[in-house]
Write a protein that binds this ligand. Structure first.
Ligand SMILES: [Zn+2]
Length: 136
């Protein structure tokens, strides 16, 4: 076991926490656990490390999985491009998103048709449950 700690500020809110993980675990099975709260944001004020461990990863994964699902459904809308650090990634520049006060993920996708919007909304409802993501 090589236990390491690193700071994490998710891009889904303004919390800053410390994550603990075992460097000896392989990348694909390594789990990061919130073990310390440096600063809780306004949306998550009063939550302890254990609660933030659930909430921060839920919100971050929901945002990431929504992007991934949209690219699976409509790969032509999100072309693969070279990434600055090497490798290839989807161009998600047509997607803008934010979490509102009730922590619903609000997503706007430029240049999609109404049927495409509806299909992505249905996929989001299936993945996360109704009301967790709203595509406009
Ligand atoms: Zn937060």
């Amino acid at each position: 076991m090589k236990i390491r700690t690193q700071r994490w500020r998710p891009d889904t809110c303004d919390c800053i926490v410390e994550l603990t993980y075992d460097l000896d675990e392989p990348d694909d099975t390594r789990t990061h656990t919130v073990t310390n709260v440096i600063r809780a944001c306004q949306a998550h004020v009063g939550m302890n490390a254990s609660q933030l461990n659930t909430v921060l990863f839920d919100e971050n994964r929901r945002k990431n999985r929504l992007h991934g699902r949209a690219a699976e459904l409509y790969p032509a809308l999100f072309p693969l491009m070279d990434e600055p650090g090497g490798g290839r990634g989807y161009d998600f520049s047509r997607i803008s998103w934010s979490y509102d006060a009730t922590r619903t993920l609000r997503v706007t996708i430029q240049g999609i048709t109404a049927p495409q919007r509806n299909a992505i909304q249905r996929a989001a409802d299936q993945l996360f449950g109704t009301g967790k993501v709203v595509i406009s």
